[in-house]
Design a protein around this ligand. Structure first.
Ligand code: ADE
Ligand code: ZN
Length: 323
């Protein structure tokens, strides 16, 4: 059986990373942008390993230039979410790809994203700084986040190359976002080990961690995450394609959950990793034998950990209970 029609929540989805290859090809064609080298013979994104992934990812974003491009992208992504019955998603959006950190431009891009709409899918944004661009650029992203915090922008986070710099280098930006009322998450424990996850919690005071899976290598840290209810936004399909783990059964999502850590499951950058939320759930069933009770728990954890307001959560809870 497939879990396609079951309602789902997704907390870790990069907006540009959700752009289908055909969408990027179409935009590049319309604008005469040279995107040679980013696709393979089958028309898919072509990369091996994380460094090449980031390069191809950033090359693809060059086709995304105007607020209207982002409206079209958001519309496309919402339609894909609806196809897999994702009723609520949080998407990472980055001022660095939307006007280069300029606040007035950022407001225009955000307004355009919010013009996209699909019945039955609620979307919220997490402003994301890019680690390998450094702390100063991140401060600009945090300022954009703080100035636009509200109904749509509910969080602040960090993606990019985890092997560059330290979490604490970005504390200023994260403090600025927290003081503006935003909720916090950062990528950690995907490429570096458990110490990086501890640094995310201690130095940036995040309540969720993107990936975080390598926490499994330190049992004391696993206990700490469980005791403090730090939520992991795991992305098993992404980890397999990028080579964090070699076999589905090696992925620690089930062991982390069984140790009491609140885990959620998302797609990260679905067309890059040939995945979607249905495939993620079907793989969890195939690999770990998860069934209806496990997926109900997964949805409940995601709902509790969502950064949206209480009224939105109450509506989502009603929709989950109706199925
Ligand atoms: N940006 C998009 N996907 C990412 C990932 N898996 N890790 C870090 N940064 C990212
Ligand atoms: Zn990610």
């Amino acid at each position: 059986m497939s879990w396609k029609n079951h309602p789902k929540l997704e907390l870790h989805l990069h907006l540009e990373g959700a752009a289908p290859p055909a969408f990027i090809r179409q935009l590049a064609f319309e604008k005469s942008i040279d995107i040679r080298g980013i696709f393979d013979a089958g028309g898919n994104y072509a990369f091996h390993g994380f460094d090449e992934f980031l390069k191809i990812y950033e090359a693809a974003t060059q086709a995304l230039q105007t607020p209207e491009d982002f409206r079209r992208l958001t519309q496309t992504v919402l339609e894909q979410l609806a196809e897999h019955n994702v009723i609520y998603a949080e998407t990472f959006v980055s001022p660095d790809f939307c006007g280069g950190g300029d606040l007035a431009a950022w407001r225009d891009f955000l307004a355009a994203m919010q013009d996209a709409h699909v019945d039955g899918v609620t979307l919220r944004g997490i402003v994301t700084c890019i680690r390998h661009l450094g702390p100063d650029v991140a401060k600009g992203a945090a300022r954009c986040a703080a100035e636009t915090a509200g109904d749509f922008i509910v969080g602040f986070g960090m993606g990019g190359a985890e092997t560059v710099g330290q979490q604490k280098d970005f504390a200023y930006g994260f403090d600025m976002a927290r003081e503006a009322g935003l909720r916090l998450t950062t990528h950690a424990g995907e490429w570096r080990g458990p110490a990086e996850v501890a640094a995310a919690v201690d130095d940036l005071r995040v309540e969720r961690v993107g990936h975080g899976v390598r926490a499994i290598e330190d049992p004391d840290l696993v206990r700490r995450l469980a005791d403090h209810g730090i939520v992991l936004e795991t992305n098993p399909g992404s980890n397999l394609v990028l080579g964090v783990y070699n076999r589905p059964e090696d992925h620690p999502v089930a062991r982390l959950r069984d140790a009491g850590v609140p885990v959620t499951v998302s797609t990260d950058d679905p067309p890059f990793f040939h995945t979607d939320m249905t495939a993620e759930w079907d793989n969890l069933e195939r690999t770990f034998g998860w069934g209806a009770d496990d997926f109900a728990q997964l949805n409940q954890t995601a709902l509790d950990a969502a950064f949206c307001d209480a009224a939105t959560k109450a509506e989502l809870r009603k929709r989950l209970e109706a199925t």
